[in-house]
Design a protein around this ligand. Structure first.
Ligand code: COA
Length: 193
């Protein structure tokens, strides 16, 4: 029987509260990190970093902390199962997970980069660059499929990051489903050169 670890391991914070340093990767922000695929055995770490992301940057995502915190364990575990339709990676320091990204295959077969988040203490250290590189390497054998993403048009850091890492604006702009007064723009990866 799989023990219910939620009471012991759930993040002890809400969307506007602060989380303890040891769970937020704040203890050694200068240390090296690795980008690795997330495995089903790591679904609790995945759940915790995803909820941290939604709490820390609520306007950056289509989903919300309130919606996802009630997901059942099986649904979290399922999201970590790698398949041709979905793959998730995390950036890990020696002490904590410090970044997250995923790629999902859409009905027309193209890949969408989603769920990008880096712990604030770890930003501007190349973590997102490493996460994007993992997604691009996964996508590259099938370039005909296309790799794209959506980003809020007011998310200056993410726009600059995606631009720096090879994504270009497609000119497509839609309103945000969660807040129709704001818009999201599409970016598509194009190989350098
Ligand atoms: C956007 C985000 C993922 C960037 O992560 P990061 O690890 O800090 O990015 P990197 O250090 O890998 O930056 C790579 C390049 O992107 C650009 N960049 C990243 N953040 C930037 C910023 N705040 N301002 C300007 N350029 C930026 C730079 O060119 C940078 O290279 P450099 O530092 O050598 O100049 C991070 O700010 C974040 O998690 N934001 C909140 C969540 C979010 O907005 N997610 C995107 C959802 S679509």
């Amino acid at each position: 029987m799989v023990p219910d670890l939620r009471a012991a391991r759930s993040p002890p914070f809400g969307p506007r509260s602060r989380w303890p340093a040891e769970t937020a990767g704040m203890t050694d922000p200068g240390a090296p990190y690795q980008v690795l695929p997330v495995s089903p055995a790591e679904w609790i770490q995945y759940r915790d970093i995803r909820l941290r992301a939604l709490a820390e940057a609520p306007s950056a995502f289509g989903s919300s902390w309130e919606l996802e915190r009630v997901r059942p364990d099986a649904a979290w575990r399922e999201r970590t199962v790698a398949s041709p339709e979905r793959q998730t990676w995390s950036a890990r320091s020696s002490q904590a997970w410090v970044g997250l990204v995923a790629a999902v295959r859409e009905e027309d077969d193209q890949l969408q980069l989603v769920s990008m988040w880096v712990d604030p203490i770890w930003r501007r250290r190349g973590v997102a660059r490493g996460l994007i590189a993992a997604v691009v390497a996964w996508w590259r054998p099938d370039p005909g499929a296309g790799l794209h993403l959506w980003v809020s048009s007011d998310n200056v850091a993410a726009l600059a990051c995606y631009q720096a890492e090879g994504f270009r604006l497609t000119g497509v702009r839609l309103s945000l489903p969660s807040d129709p007064s704001r818009s999201r723009v599409e970016m598509r990866f194009s190989e350098p050169g």
